[in-house]
Design a protein around this ligand. Structure first.
Ligand SMILES: [Zn+2]
Length: 125
């Protein structure tokens, strides 16, 4: 019987304690700082891609925090992982590219340095 289902005691209560969580609740288990960082990383990845993909760079090689090994991520995978983390709070770090060509991947630091170099060059023109 439907009537036997316990009602949400706060269903009609405008002071529902869950409502106070608001957007925070939508970010899943990520703290707001982690979410902020993931959004920053996502923006960085977009910049890296726009400058490095035309140079033939396929993606980034990152140290895996879980197994300590290096994994290769192509651009779509990087973006997908970050979006996944931002939307659901769960990174999927264990889906690296299949049989990647290591030549096509650079480290985050390399990408960062490359982008900074391009920006410096443009500013000094
Ligand atoms: Zn791993």
């Amino acid at each position: 019987m439907l009537d036997d289902v316990p009602r949400d005691p706060f269903a009609d209560d405008p002071n529902d304690p869950a409502a106070a969580l608001g957007d925070f609740d939508d970010s899943g288990p990520l703290t707001s700082a982690e979410r902020e960082e993931a959004l920053t990383d996502l923006a960085d990845v977009e910049v890296f891609r726009s400058l490095l993909e035309p140079q033939g760079v396929l993606g980034l090689v990152l140290d895996c925090p879980e197994c300590g090994e290096q994994h290769y991520f192509d651009w779509d995978l990087l973006r997908g992982n970050l979006r996944q983390m931002i939307d659901h709070g769960r990174p999927q770090v264990h889906e690296p590219a299949f049989e990647p060509d290591p030549e096509g991947y650079v480290t985050w630091d390399y990408a960062r340095g490359y982008v900074d170099g391009v920006i410096d060059t443009e500013e000094s023109r």
